[in-house]
Design a binder for this molecule. Structure first.
Ligand SMILES: Cc1cc2nc3c(=O)[nH]c(=O)nc-3n(C[C@H](O)[C@H](O)[C@H](O)COP(=O)(O)OP(=O)(O)OC[C@H]3O[C@@H](n4cnc5c(N)ncnc54)[C@H](O)[C@@H]3O)c2cc1C
Length: 583
């Protein structure tokens, strides 16, 4: 790759003279050690567990250094956890408790987004946010928030009075009397952000393995040994079986046996034919016997040729499958839960409500050696910590439900509109127009350890969201709801983010329990992980050839659509087509 002109050509014969062009596309770059060594031989410098926005941001930042990095993701794609099921707000950091890690990373992270978007082109909307006050008590809360923001280093916060407020947002609830305005708050489509991070990390040499669940971690001779379960969807295993291959890629017994059989036939037949020819040509033998030998030799020759040339059962041509049959056989409606409707338990998978993203058949086990491990496993980060005997925290999932409205409702607001925050439930249920132009309503805050919150019916959840949002923007039409989804916040038992080397092993770094505003803080958190790694003495020369810029072509949004989870792409396609699904 050193000689590569740097432009990937889909047709490898047209690629410039790099020695590894057969392993192009560009994701196989110079540091992707697995392309030059067998997987078992590789000792990675860093294994990152979890490819949400945190794992993705860490992977991208570390790809600026010459390190062998492996990113492991248990789901069927990157960004299937909390990163997919959230509001996508790049918060400005005015409501985080001063002195907390939330406050430390949110504002610096926020400030990095405009430049990040220039580099990665995931799409960033700097729309600003407004926290509404509808009475005198709430006015006081606005002042408190502004003061908190000042302590957290947040710039340009100001209180806007009613007249100006309604000029900014004419469709607000007429009861609003003032608002806290932060022009630095923005929003992204969160999965696009995570995909862009991971793609750029992979461009710069990070190896990504999806459908790899970390099941155990041990330490031997100063190296971590990370045990990984590799799974594939049932449909994949079935397809391989149809092709005469087992799900783990090995040849079926029949295939190998057939080769041996052919070799045996060839050897014995050649012996018989040779003897037959010698007898047929031997003038000392009776003419009748010589004729019989010639006929027998020709016969054996024909049978041998047939047996050797006949296609084996494994390579028999199969009938092509009719497209309609494939469609009929494909899984149920996207976004449906295990029992045909989305239940709260379905959301434990990280927000998609689709078990397809996390379930299939085990097709292999891998053991990965690494000098450092970074735990970015979101809701499972406590389970990963326990694998090295660290039980210093646990995760308490808090579910957030959303309704997504059609794009014909998107004109109702340009800013992200919040109510005054609740001291227990956080920032509250908000209204926002997404980058794609849909109106998004939510999220709720349902603690999964609280039975009544956990078992709330879908109708109650929807009613709750709609009633809260009507207090902010009364004029949206709930009939324009095209999709409902949710995500699970990873709230840690410590009440703050856990970004530190584990007390059990300094080379094992937690980036755990990253609830909101983790998306906003993610680029700043990643920089801190680099700092921590350097402090442990990790040898990190700069990767002089890493590319900050993405390689996306101008149709990058379409490119992203290909990667979207079913749930999300369903919503996007629906809204793009402006179809109406009345709820
Ligand atoms: C409802 C809601 C609203 C939010 N709103 C905002 C917002 O507006 N702005 C904001 O800044 N933040 C927001 N957040 C927070 C933000 O979404 C999170 O901080 C962020 O997504 C956390 O990213 P993560 O990578 O740590 O976790 P995740 O995205 O959950 O990623 C963890 C990954 O680890 C993988 N994993 C788990 N176990 C294993 C294993 N054993 N082996 C391999 N891989 C494993 C998972 O599959 C997952 O992909 C919100 C969160 C929620 C839920």
């Amino acid at each position: 790759m050193e000689d590569c002109a740097g432009t990937f050509q889909p047709d490898s014969s047209k690629c410039s003279g790099c020695p590894t062009r057969s392993t192009c596309p560009r994701s196989q770059s110079r540091n992707a050690v697995a392309s030059t060594q067998s997987k078992e031989e590789v000792v990675y410098d860093v294994v990152i567990i979890g490819a949400g926005c945190i794992g993705g941001a860490v992977a991208r930042e570390l790809s600026k250094y010459s390190l062998k990095i492996l990113l492991l993701e248990s789901a069927d794609d990157v960004s299937q956890g909390a990163t997919k099921g959230n509001s996508g707000i790049v918060h400005a950091g005015y409501d985080d408790k001063p002195g907390s890690l939330h406050a430390k990373f949110c504002w610096p992270g926020n400030q990095m987004f405009p430049q990040l978007d220039k580099e990665l082109r995931f799409g960033y909307q700097l729309n600003g946010s407004l926290v509404l006050a509808t009475n005198k008590e709430e006015l006081k809360i606005l002042d408190e928030l502004k003061e908190r923001g000042r302590k957290n280093g947040v710039k340009r916060l100001r209180i806007v009075e009613k007249d100006e407020l309604f000029k900014m947002e004419p469709a607000l609830n007429p009861d609003a009397i003032a608002a806290l305005h932060s022009p630095d708050a923005g929003n992204v489509i969160p999965y696009e952000y995570a995909i862009a991070l991971c793609e750029n990390a992979v461009d710069n040499g990070v190896e990504l393995r999806i459908r790899r669940e970390v099941t155990d971690i041990n330490k031997k001779d100063e190296l971590f040994e990370v045990d990984v379960r590799h799974w594939e969807p049932n449909s994949y295993a079935n397809a391989r079986e149809n092709m005469g291959k087992s799900a783990d890629g090995s040849e079926p017994v029949g295939g190998g046996g057939s080769l041996l059989f052919k070799a045996g036939v060839a050897v014995s037949s050649l012996t018989v034919i040779a003897k037959g020819i010698i007898m047929a040509l031997d003038e000392n033998i009776n003419d009748d016997i010589r004729l019989q030998s010639a006929v027998a030799t020709v016969f054996v020759g024909i049978v041998t040729a047939y047996l050797l040339l006949k296609p084996s059962s494994g390579s028999k041509k199969r009938k092509p499958t009719v497209l309609k049959d494939l469609v009929d056989k494909c899984s149920g409606p996207v976004g449906s839960g295990e029992n045909g409707k989305v239940e709260v338990t379905d959301m434990f998978t990280g927000g998609s409500g689709s078990w397809n993203a996390v379930r299939g058949v085990t097709v292999g086990r891998e053991s990965v050696k690494s000098r450092y491990v970074i735990n970015c496993a979101g809701s499972s980060s406590d389970k990963i910590a326990k694998m090295i005997g660290d039980d210093s925290f646990y995760i308490k999932p808090r579910l957030g439900d959303y309704l997504l409205l059609n794009r014909n409702q998107g004109h109702l607001t340009s800013h992200t509109i919040f109510p005054c925050p609740d001291p227990v439930l956080g920032k509250g249920v908000l209204v926002q127009t997404t980058l794609w132009g849909n109106l998004i309503l939510g999220p709720t805050a349902r603690d999964m350890h609280n039975e009544s919150a956990r078992d709330m019916s879908q109708a109650t959840v929807q009613e709750y969201i709609l009633s809260k949002c009507k207090k902010l923007i009364p004029y949206f039409d709930p009939k324009e709801t095209i999709h409902a989804f949710c995500g699970a916040r990873s709230k840690s038992s410590r009440g703050d983010w856990i970004i530190e080397p584990s007390s059990k092993d300094g080379n094992f770094i937690h980036v755990a329990g990253i609830d909101s505003p983790g998306l906003a803080g993610s680029p700043a958190i990643a920089l801190d992980v680099v700092r921590m790694l350097k402090e442990t003495g990790c040898d990190m020369p700069r990767n002089k050839v890493s590319k900050l810029m993405t390689n996306y072509c101008s149709v990058y949004q379409i490119n992203h659509m290909i990667h979207l989870s079913h749930t999300v792409s369903f919503a996007v396609i629906q809204s793009q087509q402006s179809t109406h699904h009345h709820s």
